[in-house]
Design a protein around this ligand. Structure first.
Ligand SMILES: *[C@@H]1O[C@H](CO)[C@@H](O)[C@H](O)[C@H]1NC(C)=O
Ligand SMILES: *[C@@H]1O[C@H](CO)[C@@H](O)[C@H](O)[C@H]1NC(C)=O
Ligand SMILES: *[C@@H]1O[C@H](CO)[C@@H](O)[C@H](O)[C@H]1NC(C)=O
Ligand SMILES: *[C@@H]1O[C@H](CO)[C@@H](O)[C@H](O)[C@H]1NC(C)=O
Ligand SMILES: *[C@@H]1O[C@H](CO)[C@@H](O)[C@H](O)[C@H]1NC(C)=O
Length: 847
């Protein structure tokens, strides 16, 4: 077949004509040509371009600008059918890289009468005026074969259609395989039927939705034949032999997931093909020897075939038989002579019970990791094991080497034992119930007698256990199963978050009787707090350290790990916690759940992004955030929270450790009281009583509480008064060094008596009027020495709400004149009033 190549370097067709003609002939020809163009509107084909209105006839081709690729009509091999395709211009044995009409060949009879025409913005392939293939875009102004081998339709705005989006069996450098445009366009290679028929063949090479960065060869669409393994740093371990001249790029965006590759040396001609037998081939052209050199072919051996050995088996090409079971597994189908059917794979010697989450994991080294991983990006190290062990569907895990985890659910497929120096290998950790470990009786060959004996014994024992277990399980079931903290969703967790409903209804009765406190398993708490890492620590409270926990959905919780000396039983602790967790109010920190396990008692709270009040109040610069309005809002919020605890909750909680560091601030700087009910959770007595344990913090403790261990709602009111004065003055009570070693209370009282009390107000506050006066007076009323003189928190709330309420005149506060801690109780004279010690006293045994 004759071809009329039109060299694309030529600006116009004239150059070619010039070579053959004299000047006059040229003029004549030119005239004829122009006439021809005028009437037929075609043939002006240069720079590898078909312009609007032009046609490429079957005796013509277009060539890319750099002369590398040629597009035209061809018949493969000895076939009599014709196709429009692209091949390498300079490679003698025609190597077709793209076919337009692969399923609709042009019969030989129509060949001379066929053309590729640009008309009305579309590209049509006509044979005898019948359209047999089209690229319909409506808006294209030209069709161009680019230097990359990409045949595009474009207009002034850019490319509208490209052959790279519709590859046949060849993947050229720069082209993509994967998904584009929200998965609407799948770019995958599909093999030819045979070397003389480019029609849709049986094998495809592409990516899969949810298949990660791997490449797959499938047969007949969905039957998986091979997978590449995960793309890593520009290469696939299974295609490593091309890595010195090309690299792969994996792109994952919201609207596209694809792989592309690029060849370092632009002069090198290379391609990836899926051939009609289902083999992936990576080839590069050797200019010197004028042959294609095969760098890689896959699948390259039996073990490379996808899941050859079936589930839970390992393929090892050096072994005979090639397939073997993972430790802890036996062949699913046992035949005579203990041979087994490879493809049916292996099953566990005993099914996973997942009775406890203390899964054991067996490490299998140097292995091609199983297919279908679920990958989890976690910035923390060493927690894949924990994440896997808390979910029974996770049968194995591996570290992905980049701080993330690969989790494998269910059966493990397509494992191959690799030589230990293979870069494609990884370590897999396979879940085992503790009993199924080797050496603990997984040998199934037993004497019949022994079998009979053990069965009888087993039945007896089971009968015994069953009754016991049933009772045990019943009691356990009522408490609900342990939950995974990592999976907690704060937004959907109505139980812990319905407090917003119960805020303003005044009497605040909890209406949710079905409330069940989530109990989290310890390992998920370890995972969330990065193993209680020091970097996650938020602070050290009176009852133990508090950590920031991160859930899988990136929400945060606060985890309080209670110190272990609580004398309370676990059941008691749980019941108390449940009661306390039911207290829900806008000004109380919500408890999300707890964990009681392995001597651990842990409470999980909602996380407060703005830390605690003391963090702002006692810091010279941060306190500027707290203007007067905010401070009033905080005082009122604390009063409301306390009012709820004292009067409206059904438990009548005395906080006993109210202080600035126990007032947490949420994102909008709303105050939330924390640590309420701790005394109770820790096994304190019910209401006002003498207690042998004193919980409290110097500076906030009422005198009767500090010295006699007497606590009541009035001791909380005292602490509230101290807090009020601190908030107004911006100074700590404990650690305040006024003249004569006066505490903040003494100082305030001094000013009050001398009518200079507005001097107490934090100088950074811009309050011109005398509003603070009323607040200081309420504060002083709360810190009066005698409990009987102090108002109830309900009175305080009324005074705060209603400016018309007349205020009593305060008596002198505690710790000033008259009674002091030191002289009232000489035995405790070591306690320094002026100490800056702000520690919580959590244990003070009475003798
Ligand atoms: C190419 O084919 C077209 C259409 O069949 C014909 O008009 C033209 O003369 C042919 N050109 C050559 C050089 O054969
Ligand atoms: C080019 O084609 C695109 C897509 O069909 C279209 O939106 C755009 O208006 C066209 N531009 C021109 C200059 O015709
Ligand atoms: C693929 O599908 C075709 C028709 O759907 C069928 O004839 C052929 O046997 C299948 N090939 C294999 C290997 O399953
Ligand atoms: C692949 O090679 C290109 C060109 O040499 C380079 O820009 C790119 O960063 C490489 N990609 C990777 C993942 O190494
Ligand atoms: C366990 O993992 C599977 C797969 O990721 C998930 O569908 C399931 O919800 C998980 N179950 C629990 C209890 O976390």
């Amino acid at each position: 077949m004759e071809k009329n190549p039109i060299i694309s370097d030529d600006p116009m067709i004239f150059k070619m004509v010039k070579r053959r003609s004299t000047k006059s002939m040229f003029r004549c020809f030119c005239f004829l040509l122009l006439m021809f163009m005028f009437f037929s509107g075609c043939l002006c084909i240069g720079s590898g371009t078909i312009l609007a209105g032009q046609s490429l006839f079957s005796n013509q081709t277009i060539i890319s600008k750099d002369g590398k690729f040629e597009l035209g009509f061809f018949a493969p091999g000895n076939a009599s059918n014709f196709y429009v395709g692209i091949w390498y211009k300079n490679i003698p044995a025609r190597t077709v890289v793209w076919v337009a009409n692969r399923n609709n060949p042009i019969p030989q009879s129509s060949h001379s009468n066929s053309r590729l025409a640009m008309s009305e913005g579309n590209l049509y392939l006509y044979a005898n005026s019948v359209t047999i293939w089209a690229a319909e875009t409506s808006n294209a102004s030209e069709a161009v074969i680019l230097d990359t081998g990409n045949f595009v339709l474009r207009n002034a705005s850019g490319i509208i259609w490209q052959s790279f989006d519709y590859p046949t069996d060849t993947w050229l450098p720069g082209a993509s395989v994967g998904f584009r445009g929200f998965s609407n366009t799948e770019m995958k290679l599909i093999s030819w039927r045979n070397p003389e028929d480019p029609g849709i063949g049986a094998y495809s090479l592409g990516m899969e939705l949810n298949g990660g960065s791997e490449l797959f060869i499938n047969r007949n669409g969905s039957e998986r034949r091979w997978r590449s393994g995960v793309w890593e740093g520009g290469a696939f371990p299974s295609l490593s032999r091309g890595s010195n001249f090309l690299n792969f790029t994996y792109v994952s965006r919201d609207d596209a997931v694809y792989l592309t590759y690029n060849v370092y040396n632009e002069g090198l001609i290379s391609r990836i093909v899926i051939d009609f037998l289902g083999q992936l081939r990576l080839l590069a052209w050797s200019e010197a020897s004028q042959v294609w050199i095969l760098y890689e072919t896959q699948p390259s051996n039996a073990c490379q075939q996808y899941a050859l050995c079936g589930p839970n088996a390992i393929c090892d090409i050096r072994n005979s038989p090639t397939c073997g079971c993972l430790v802890g597994f036996v062949p699913r189908v046992r035949q005579e002579w203990d041979l087994f059917d490879f493809s049916s794979g292996c099953v566990r010697t005993r099914p996973l019970q997942c009775a406890s989450e203390n899964a054991d994991f067996i490490k299998v080294s140097s292995i091609r990791l199983p297919a279908n991983p679920e990958s989890l990006e976690i910035r923390r190290r060493n927690i894949c094991r924990i994440v896997c062990s808390v979910n029974c569907t996770c049968h194995a895990y591996a570290d992905n080497g980049a701080g993330g985890c690969l989790l494998f659910n269910g059966d493990l497929l397509d494992l191959e034992r690799l030589s230990s120096n293979s870069s494609a290998g990884g370590d897999l950790y396979v879940r085992m119930d503790p009993v199924a470990l080797p050496g603990k009786g997984n040998r199934s060959f037993v004497l019949p007698l022994a079998l009979a004996v053990s069965i009888t014994a087993g039945i007896l024992v089971s009968c015994f256990c069953l009754c016991y277990l049933r009772r045990k399980l019943k009691s356990k079931a009522s408490h609900g199963a342990h939950q995974n903290l990592l999976l907690l969703d704060l937004n959907s967790n109505g139980t812990a978050y319905n407090k917003h409903n119960s805020v303003r209804n005044g009497n605040g009765q909890e209406n949710n009787n079905q409330y069940e406190l989530p109990i989290f398993n310890f390992s998920s708490i370890v995972a969330a707090t990065n193993d209680f890492s020091i970097t996650n620590k938020l602070g050290e409270g009176g009852f133990g350290p508090v950590y920031k926990g991160e859930l899988l959905n990136k929400q945060f919780v606060a985890v309080k790990r209670l110190s272990r000396r609580s004398g309370q039983g676990l059941e008691e602790f749980r019941n108390e916690t449940e009661l306390i967790a039911k207290l829900q109010h806008r000004n109380l920190v919500g408890i999300l759940g707890c964990c009681i396990e392995k001597d651990e008692k842990i409470l999980v709270y909602e996380y407060m992004p703005n830390k605690s009040l003391d963090f702002f109040l006692f810091d010279a610069t941060k306190k500027e955030v707290l203007d007067w309005t905010r401070r009033v809002h905080i005082i009122e919020g604390i009063a409301q929270g306390l009012l709820y605890l004292h009067h409206y909750s059904r438990l009548r909680i005395v906080h006993r450790d109210l202080k600035a560091s126990n007032i947490l601030l949420d994102a909008e700087m709303n105050p939330k009281i924390s640590d309420f009910g701790m005394a109770r959770i820790f096994g304190g007595n019910d209401s006002q009583a003498n207690t042998k344990r004193i919980v409290g913090t110097y500076g906030y403790m009422s005198p009767e509480y500090a010295m006699e261990g007497l606590f009541s709602v009035k001791s909380d009111v005292f602490a509230f008064g101290v807090l009020m004065l601190e908030i107004i003055s911006g100074k700590k009570n404990a650690g305040f060094h006024g003249s004569d070693c006066l505490s903040l209370l003494g100082h305030a009282w001094n000013l009050w008596e001398h009518d200079r009390v507005l001097e107490l107000v934090d100088p950074i506050l811009d309050v011109s009027c005398s509003r603070p006066l009323r607040y200081i007076q309420i504060g002083l009323l709360c810190v009066q020495d005698r409990p009987a003189d102090r108002p109830l928190i309900s009175d305080v709330a009324a005074m705060l709400n209603n400016e018309q309420t007349a205020l009593a005149s305060p008596h002198h506060p505690a710790y000033t004149a008259g009674r002091t801690l030191a002289n009232a109780n000489p035995r405790e004279s070591k306690v320094e009033l002026c100490s800056i010690n702000n520690m919580t006293v959590s244990l003070m045994e009475a003798r």
